[in-house]
Design a protein around this ligand. Sequence first.
Ligand code: TXA
Ligand code: MG
Length: 324
Amino acid sequence: MALSNHATMMNGLLTPKDPQTVADAAALIRAGKLCAFATETVYGLGADATNVDAVLSIYETKGRPRFNPLIIHCADLGMAEELAVFSPLARRLALLWPGPLTIVLPARAYNGLADVATAGLDTVAIRIPDHPLALELIAAVGRPLAAPSANPSGKLSPTSAEQVRRGFGGRVPVLDGGPCRSGVESTIIRVDNGRLVQLRAGAMAREDIQNALGMPVEVAAHDAAVAAPGMLASHYAPNALLRLNTTPQPGDAFLAYGNAPKFDGPTRNLSPRGDLREAARNLFAMLQELDGAGVGMIAVSHIPDVGLGEAINDRLQRAAAPRT
Ligand code: TXA
Ligand code: MG
């Protein structure tokens, strides 16, 4: 299907042919484009969660200054089980799907998700939304969708297609599913060694989850999930220490950017030609590779703090922060 049929740009705005069918929206997303879509909570800005460039477009379009891990939306339990390991307790919690409930679980190795979607964590936040159009869309794409709320960073979450269009000046296509039933984001629960911990209060009441499972749901320290997901768990931080804005010393590993000095030790260059999008695409994998070299210190080049550079620097600063 020719994309130009439904995504024609005119004066920088989408024409009224703005995708209206699930097939249109699915074709856009399969081609690596973004499409907003209705869920029962708020509208999501959806992208193929296995496509690094598509996920990077989410951050750029929202103007999000950091790589927060995104919620991965699945069509059914089978799709979810390809991404994460479900304990017996997680399986019981998943009986509440579809619904405004996001479950944080250990990620499966090689699950195909772009690591910018999970911000390099070894856990993944999954949800099966309770909205017929959203479910049809994910099934039609045939891949999990990464989707934060479909608003520019710092603005309110949209609960209608019109609000999404206005928020992005008409530049984001929308699969219109009418007004959202709940209007608040999903409740996020981490399943942790036989315990349930609420990381974000949301549209599914904690009491309802407790009653359904017949066990307590603890509340995580205030805003733990939202404030600093990358620092919650030691699993994000590399084993090596990081030194930023610098050049390497003998014995270091070197995470370079652009036209960097030559170095004898383990070296990766995020983008020799100084392209921030390429750097963002390589960030998590290269950090892991250098960390795997077993050095004590990773020296990191200066990264310009513009565009995706902001998100890259945010992540690097977190990885370099003093360890507790
Ligand atoms: O209702 C919703 O949940 C909406 C709709 C579109 O589904 N989506 C949404 O996504 O609110 P977003 O990206 O705004 O929320 C993502 C939040 C992150 O800020 C983070 O707190 C949490 O989910 N999160 C994601 N992955 C996580 C992980 N591995 N561990 C802990 N928290 C995680
Ligand atoms: Mg949001």
